[in-house]
Design a protein around this ligand. Structure first.
Ligand code: 5GP
Ligand code: ZN
Length: 116
């Protein structure tokens, strides 16, 4: 756990947050500033700075978590599809330096802009 890392605090339950997903190494919760209703973040329980720092051995579990979050959005009727977005580095708009994957619901005719 890193001091002053908001996602470490959520992962350790120091800050209470409704989770939409949890397994051994990852949690999922709704983004506080969603680009679309249901915008979900999949976050590692352990503090890794970015996708570059996470061990490949967690890759399958991470993929499972992302797929589950996306499928839940589809099965609940919130989305017809979704975008998976990972920002690595401040130059790529990474603001929170704790690994997270954006799962962004998409629907026909929505006005979501991913790169603006
Ligand atoms: P980044 O630009 O680093 O890839 O995205 C960080 C995301 O985390 C942003 O979409 C932002 O809205 C979200 N976020 C930042 N702080 C919090 C928080 O305290 N709670 C939640 N639920 N989301 C947060
Ligand atoms: Zn952290």
């Amino acid at each position: 756990m890193e001091d002053d890392c908001i996602f470490c605090k959520i992962a350790s339950k120091e800050i209470s947050k409704d989770l939409v997903y949890e397994d051994e190494n990852f949690i999922g919760f709704l983004d506080i500033n969603p680009r679309a209703d249901g915008h979900t973040l999949i976050v590692s329980k352990k503090h890794y700075k970015s996708l570059l720092d996470i061990p490949n051995s967690l890759g399958n579990e991470l993929q499972e978590a992302v797929k589950k979050a996306g499928l839940d959005l589809i099965n609940s009727g919130k989305a017809e599809g979704f975008n998976v977005l990972v920002n690595v580095g401040e130059v790529a708009d990474q603001v929170v330096h704790h690994l997270h994957i954006h799962v962004i619901p998409r629907n026909d005719g929505d006005s979501v802009r991913l790169f603006s």
